[in-house]
Design a protein around this ligand. Structure first.
Ligand SMILES: C[S@@+](CC[C@H](N)C(=O)[O-])C[C@H]1O[C@@H](n2cnc3c(N)ncnc32)[C@H](O)[C@@H]1O
Length: 430
């Protein structure tokens, strides 16, 4: 018998709900922003081993000490905090500080702080625009299937909170015994790239990546669907129209495409702007198209020939009659290696929608794709969540500390099955 989620994150959630009850709900301020600033100050205090995050003898002294920690964190961890003054009154701030100071929030695996970030982000966006975090064991499954290495350039163009980047870094650290700070930073600053349109998500991603050992993470807020040929069309919006190509051109030497892309684009949303539709082959003569379809085309464009992709997509892209054009297009551009069906609870509580992971290798220059070949199909039977979207843990696990190890899922069997398939088919995957 497996049991339900019960852990340190649960303690942090109750703490947040208590702070909300005491202060946040009546403060009139953005709860996410105020809690995020406090968390960053607390993380900075823990990481820099200062022990200055506590309630002082007066509320004003507490306010000043926390503001100082926020200022230091902003200076040291660029791009994480926008502003460094709490908008809470000194009295309200002191109540939150006192509650938070009783907890240590950074731990080795980062899973606790990661799931707490998920909790506060999901409270603030309420699943809007498909902005939920990808479940971490699904991410880990994709990473274990693609097996990225430190010599490869890795991208998530819809990185959200940075889950794929974080787990890629963890995987590489573990498999290549990368534990030297300089090596880790070098790898992150040259090889690991994340883009997302949402400012809140990118700040969370930066915070997590910094904690994972990357002081200068390449996580950038931009619209990944924008292409260089579209620039100029948006000159009146006031937004800087940076494309992924602009970033690559200025920051990556001799860039010829990414070796690996791992991503979960939003399941929801349609694109109707002619400027986008005209620049995507898959939108040919259509008046609107689902956003994830454009993401598939964009990912294949951003991959180098022979590069590998793992993309989490809603089930209709694999089975719906109206997406046959998409499947035919993919078959011409890449060799499909695997389709892994996920259970209905996997994305709960955010959506009931069934999803699958598509694994493919982009066509290489001068090489044709066989007209008939085998594809690895798998359907997971234990998705590690119950119908409410709570994690189901192994019986022997008291608290969730490591999502892959502690959650009761059958994804390891999928990874083993895929490895056997690659050997049987003699596929050169990496
Ligand atoms: C399902 S979430 C990805 C979650 C992410 N894997 C994580 O673990 O947090 C989809 C993400 O796509 C982002 N997104 C949507 N449209 C985008 C666009 N045009 N360019 C870049 N990011 C976009 C959303 O802001 C959201 O963070």
């Amino acid at each position: 018998m497996a049991k339900r989620h019960q852990n340190q994150q649960g303690n942090l959630e109750s703490l947040f709900l208590r702070m909300e009850e005491l202060v946040l709900a009546n403060s009139g301020e953005d709860e996410f922003e105020e809690v995020f600033k406090l968390l960053v100050a607390k993380l900075w205090d823990e990481q820099s081993q200062q022990s200055k995050f506590y309630r002082y003898s007066t509320d004003e002294a507490t306010f000043e000490a926390i503001a100082k920690l926020m200022r230091e964190a902003k200076k040291k961890w660029s791009g994480v905090l926008n502003e460094v003054t709490s908008k809470l009154t000194p009295e309200h701030l002191s109540i939150c500080v006192e509650a938070l100071s009783r907890h240590r929030i950074s731990n080795e695996s980062l899973d606790v702080i990661d799931s707490f970030f998920e909790f506060i982000v999901s409270k603030s966006v309420k699943g809007a625009k498909g902005q939920y975090f990808t479940p971490r064991h699904v991410i880990e499954l994709c990473v274990r299937i693609l097996k990225p290495s430190s010599g490869e350039k890795i991208l998530d163009p819809a990185c959200g909170s940075g889950g794929f980047l974080l787990h890629t870094l963890k995987f590489i650290k573990q498999h290549e015994k990368l534990d030297n700070e300089g090596e880790i930073q070098g790898f992150c600053s040259e090889k690991l790239w994340g883009f997302d349109i949402d400012a809140k998500a990118t700040r969370v991603a930066k915070a997590l990546m910094i904690l994972a050992g990357d002081g200068s993470s390449n996580i950038i807020k931009l619209n990944s669907l924008l292409k260089p040929e579209m620039i100029g069309l948006f000159s009146n919006t006031g937004e800087p129209n940076l494309t992924i190509e602009d970033v690559c051109r200025s920051l990556i030497k001799r860039h010829k495409g990414f070796d690996v892309i791992l991503t979960n684009p939003p399941f929801a949303g349609e694109i109707r702007e002619a400027s986008f539709l005209n620049c995507y082959k898959l939108a040919n003569k259509k008046s609107r198209i689902e956003r994830d379809v454009l993401f598939i085309e964009r990912c294949l464009e951003l991959l180098r020939p022979g590069g590998r992709l793992a993309i989490v997509l809603p089930h209709n892209k694999f089975a719906g009659k109206s997406f046959e054009f998409l499947r035919q297009w993919i078959l011409r551009k890449a060799r499909i290696l695997a389709v892994i069906g996920l259970g209905r609870n996997t994305f709960m509580p955010h959506t009931h929608q069934k999803a699958s992971i598509l694994i493919l290798k982009k066509k290489s220059f001068g090489k044709s794709i066989p007209s008939d070949y085998n594809i690895f199909f798998a359907i997971t039977e234990k998705d590690g969540k119950n119908s409410k979207g709570q994690f189901v843990l192994h019986k022997s696990v008291a608290r969730l500390e490591n999502t892959w190890e502690d959650i009761d899922h059958d994804f390891s069997e999928v990874v083993e099955g895929f490895e056997t398939f690659l050997k049987q088919e003699n596929i050169d995957f990496e």
